[in-house]
Design a protein around this ligand. Structure first.
Ligand code: AMP
Ligand code: GLY
Length: 423
């Protein structure tokens, strides 16, 4: 079959690498793609938000299956447009992608269906938000309602900071229209775990767990980023935690969406916090995580295309989802200065090393081909993933592999997976 992947980051590279293993795939395209995805798919210069062009391309090439990796086109309704044109597409429709697209929606859903999450209030009026903050407990968390590249969350230590935060989100519109509405929620403490799942509208099957490292600097210091590294599985995601989430969170979310007339098909990403009162939902995403996909998909034993088709067809209950009994660690190689400002266009050396070693992957995030040479083209440049029999071995392997690759201004965190030493 002919497959079109929509997206251009490390996550889409991991999806393409996984899909390429399927005997069902004869030809793959990726819009926009990047220099690494090129190995598996023909990259086409159409942006993820250029719906008309994407649909026209899919029709012209008789695409049998479209996989949407990114949040923006999902929330914008690309799946609906593709389906209207008769193209089978993996991902939630617009009315279901709102689970990620509106934090106010997702909080109200959780409240209505008794899914554990932080206590909160939604606001459309900045004065009302500030009045609420006058009697609130600190620290407190402010969240822009809409998509904000993972940066629309402010943790405020006192009233002054929070008041400033309301101004930033709702009046200065730092995150654009994402700040037309705002969630103010209770600050929680605990370990964070990411659990991705496949959903076919009724049935949900969770994948192996993972943990991201969102801050730019070692020891979780510095600014929030798109993610500086991941490990999988999370040793903190115990059998008890899994049982609790299965009983109170996973199926409850799928059922809630169905009850609201918003049948969810695709990937639900549960951002969980393991609090003293038990696991609670921090956020939902309506897609694979990035860089979670880079440690989860390489460990999946199933044919990705078969699972994706089962989600579309509503036959996920017949799929036996299986993961390897090992571990993986992904260390992101970024450009010095990310996430604020950084230079691009530096040649990257050493990529060929990854073809020589089983269980090692170099997923491209921000790269491009320039005059036959792969160069840096973004803040996050590469995601170096390695497997190992356990987390410690996987981490040692991943860090060893980061040395294979060289480019000017290469920056990485040195403590990805350090938390596993505490287990
Ligand atoms: P989100 O985009 O909602 O996942 O938020 C981004 C990050 O902010 C999370 O990964 C947490 O580290 C932090 N965060 C979000 N909500 C809360 C909360 N209620 N309490 C503590 N930290 C939070
Ligand atoms: N790694 C977090 C995300 O994909 O949103």
């Amino acid at each position: 079959m002919k497959v079109l992947i929509v997206g251009s980051g490390g996550r889409e590279h991991a999806i393409a690498a996984s899909a390429a293993k399927s005997s069902k795939v004869e030809k793959m395209y990726c819009a926009l793609g990047n220099a690494g995805i090129e190995e598996f798919a023909e990259c086409v210069p159409i942006g993820a938000m250029e719906f008309e062009k994407l649909v026209a391309f899919a029709k012209e090439k008789s695409i049998d299956l479209c996989i949407v990796g990114m949040d923006d086109p999902l929330v914008g309704g690309l799946v609906d447009e593709m389906e209207a044109a008769g193209i089978r597409t993996f991902g939630p429709r617009k009315n279901a992608a709102i689970l990620e697209g509106s934090k106010a929606f997702s909080k109200d859903l959780m409240k209505k269906y008794h899914i554990p999450t932080a206590a909160y209030e939604n606001f459309t009026d900045p004065d009302a938000a500030i009045a609420y903050l006058e009697t609130a407990k600190f620290p407190i968390v402010l969240k822009a309602d809409g998509l904000a590249l993972g940066k629309g969350v402010l943790i405020c230590q006192n009233f002054e900071e929070a008041k400033e935060g309301v101004r930033t989100i709702m009046l200065d519109k730092k995150f654009g229209t994402a700040g037309n509405e705002m969630v103010i929620e209770e600050f929680m403490t605990g370990r964070e775990v990411s659990v991705l799942s496949f959903v076919d509208g009724k049935t949900i099957k969770t994948m192996t767990s993972a943990q991201d490292h969102k801050r730019a600097g070692d020891g979780d210091t510095g600014l929030n980023t798109g993610g500086m590294g991941t490990f999988s599985p999370s040793p903190f995601y115990t059998k008890e935690v899994e049982e609790f989430c299965s009983e109170h969170i996973y199926q409850a979310t799928v059922d809630a969406m169905a009850a609201e007339g918003r049948e969810f098909k695709g990937v639900i990403f549960f951002g969980l916090m393991l609090t003293e009162e038990g696991p609670k939902v921090l956020e939902y995403n309506a897609r694979f995580g990035d860089p979670e996909a880079q440690v989860v998909l390489p460990r999946m034993k199933n044919d990705l295309i078969e699972v994706v088709e089962a989600c579309i067809d509503g036959t996920l209950d017949q799929v036996d989802l299986q993961f390897e009994d090992n571990a993986a660690v992904c260390v992101v190689l970024a450009s010095e200065g990310y996430p604020v400002s950084y230079e691009k266009g530096f040649p990257i050396q050493g990529l060929e090393e990854f073809n020589k070693h089983e269980g090692y992957y170099c997923f491209h995030a921000g790269t491009k081909l320039q005059d036959g040479q792969i160069v840096t083209n973004g803040g996050r440049v590469l995601g170096v993933t390695a497997k190992g029999k356990d987390l410690k071995e996987a981490r040692a392997n991943a860090y060893a592999a980061t040395e294979w690759v060289q480019f000017e201004n290469k920056y990485m965190r040195h403590d990805i997976g350090k938390a596993i030493d505490e287990v």
